[in-house]
Ligand binder design. Structure first.
Ligand SMILES: NC(=O)C1=CN([C@@H]2O[C@H](COP(=O)(O)OP(=O)(O)OC[C@H]3O[C@@H](n4cnc5c(N)ncnc54)[C@H](OP(=O)(O)O)[C@@H]3O)[C@@H](O)[C@H]2O)C=CC1
Ligand SMILES: O=C(CO)[C@H](O)[C@H](O)COP(=O)(O)O
Length: 471
């Protein structure tokens, strides 16, 4: 076997097979390996014109032998133990300077740990865009040193999606930075999807539209300010038919959402970073709640069905409410990235992140161009406060309020939209209600508070009595 492949790839599943084909199509020779050998054989057999650029390997030894030194090997296997298992199996076969690149959705803490373990050069790279993105151009969020990035940058830029010729691939920072950015990307994805699902519920159960009519609404919105991949595919799925029954496909799908963890990790990590992302948290909770099918059915028996028909919201208000919600999803996500820059000593390229999300990834949206511009001069700013998005929110927050209020009055759960609105209102309330929290904490625990006169560690009149030991 000649050792001339530019790169290797392990894991020919949905993403790995597409990524390997993309790499070969861009002119790089690639060696591939899959745990189940038949998958490797089938992949090679179906490679067509790309066949000459693909070396199928049936053992890890053959894979390693087929790659030019210093080697670079992509892992595209499920996050967690499979990655550690592959690293353990590969490491004894590799030279000291061979590079392993985990392109799956790893938890960034695992990526940091793997780098710290020092088994050899290692990068954690977030790849977004699903199968189609991986095949024809994903958005790539790389983590690692500039030296390691330089070794694979040509491949990554070649296979990435392009926005007006600009590759949607960049180095985010060291260690787990790439996987952190991908995690937050997925958090925004969860919140955006949940808001769309909530509006879908209002159109279906509130306005009584059928699936095709709902599809038409999303199609129309995709020609306006909401234009984005998720709105586009929402229109397509609404129009789709179930192959077996010819009924609208949506009506044949059990409404229990799956999840692999990235949204949950975003919500958990946001708490550690003290970076509020309530719309993302609400979206994770909504997925968890959706899975409680039996309890929800019981609740309907006990209380009667919640969502009622209503016609007190017009389509334009719904669209404008969703625009406000969408801006708030991204604002929360970018604020979390900003907190990570602060906490981890990273220098996440905020504007560049918005740029590389403009194509290829699941949360691509026409809004990202303006987000990139807004973050360019002021990377740490909350997008809510930038001229462009403040103007949009001034124009649309009332619509979001109408959507949330009307939905609540008519029994439609809108956790993500409601959380987005509460975030907006909290973030524009200079004098909130935490004075009560601080006084309560001081009352029962003598935790102290800051007085408005500037003095810290102050106590209420109860302090002396509370401090006196009981006899
Ligand atoms: N699907 C998507 O839209 C996206 C997925 N990702 C991430 O990409 C990664 C791969 O996902 P995807 O392609 O969808 O997954 P698939 O389930 O389609 O494929 C998984 C691949 O990993 C291999 N594999 C599974 N377990 C092991 C193991 N213990 N050791 C070695 N190989 C193993 C499988 O081999 P075998 O054939 O033997 O089972 C298969 O090739 C995940 O981290 C996922 O989160 C990232 C972006 C988008
Ligand atoms: O990373 C992705 C897209 O960006 C994957 O599609 C991921 O699997 C989506 O997350 P989940 O399965 O939790 O919905």
């Amino acid at each position: 076997m000649s050792a001339d492949a530019r790169i290797g790839l392990i894991g020919l599943g949905t993403m790995g097979a597409a990524l390997a084909s993309n790499i070969a199509e861009k002119g790089f020779d690639i060696a591939v390996f899959n745990r189940t050998t038949q998958v490797t054989r089938d992949f090679a057999a179906e490679a067509g014109d790309l066949g000459p650029r693909i070396t199928p390997a049936e053992t890890l030894e053959d894979l390693v032998a087929a790659i030019a030194r210093p080697r670079a090997i992509i892992l595209m296997v499920p996050a967690g133990d499979p990655v550690d298992q592959q690293i353990a199996a590969l490491t004894p076969l590799l030279d000291d300077d061979d590079l392993i690149i985990d392109c799956g959705n790893a938890n960034f803490h695992d990526t940091d740990r793997r780098v710290a373990e020092g088994f050899g050069p290692f990068m954690g790279v977030g790849v977004s865009g699903g199968e189609e993105g991986a095949r024809h151009g994903p958005s790539i969020m790389a983590g690692g040193t500039p030296e390691l990035w330089a070794r694979v940058e040509d491949v990554m830029l070649a296979i990435a999606a392009k926005h007006e010729g600009d590759p949607c691939a960049a180095l985010m920072g060291p260690g787990g930075a790439g996987h952190f950015v991908k995690m937050v990307h997925n958090g925004i994805e969860y919140a955006d999807m949940q808001m769309i699902a909530e509006v879908y519920g209002i159109l279906r159960d509130g306005h009584g539209l059928d699936a095709d009519e709902i599809g038409d609404v999303f199609d129309a919105w995709n020609r306006g300010p909401l234009q984005s991949y998720l709105i586009e595919i929402s229109g397509k799925v609404a129009h789709a038919r179930d192959v077996a029954t010819r009924k609208p496909l949506l009506s044949q799908i059990v409404d229990a959402a799956g999840q692999k963890g990235t949204g949950r990790w975003t919500a958990i990590e946001s708490q550690h970073r003290l970076a509020p992302v309530p719309a993302i948290e609400a979206a994770v909770v909504a997925r968890n709640l959706s899975a409680r099918l039996e309890e929800r059915a019981r609740g309907q028996e006990v209380f009667g069905p919640a969502p009622q028909r209503f016609d007190t919201l017009d389509r334009e208000t719904l669209e404008r409410g969703l625009i406000a919600g969408k801006v708030l999803c991204y604002a929360q996500g970018f604020a979390m990235l900003s907190a990570a820059t602060r906490d981890f000593g990273w220098d996440l390229p905020m504007a560049r992140i918005a740029q590389i999300w403009r194509e290829g990834c699941i949360i691509r949206s026409t809004m990202l161009d303006a987000m990139a511009s807004a973050l360019d001069g002021e990377p740490g700013v909350n997008l809510m406060f930038t001229d462009h998005f403040a103007a949009i929110l001034r124009d649309t927050h009332d619509a979001l309020r109408q959507v949330v209020a009307q939905a609540a009055l008519h029994g439609h759960p809108t956790p993500a939209l409601s959380s987005g609105l509460a975030y907006f209102d909290a973030m524009r309330t200079a004098r909130g209600t935490a004075d009560m929290i601080q006084a309560q904490r001081d009352f029962f625990g003598l935790h102290g508070f800051v007085h408005v006169n500037g003095k810290a560690d102050q106590h209420g009149p109860w302090a002396k009595a509370a401090a006196t030991p009981k006899v």
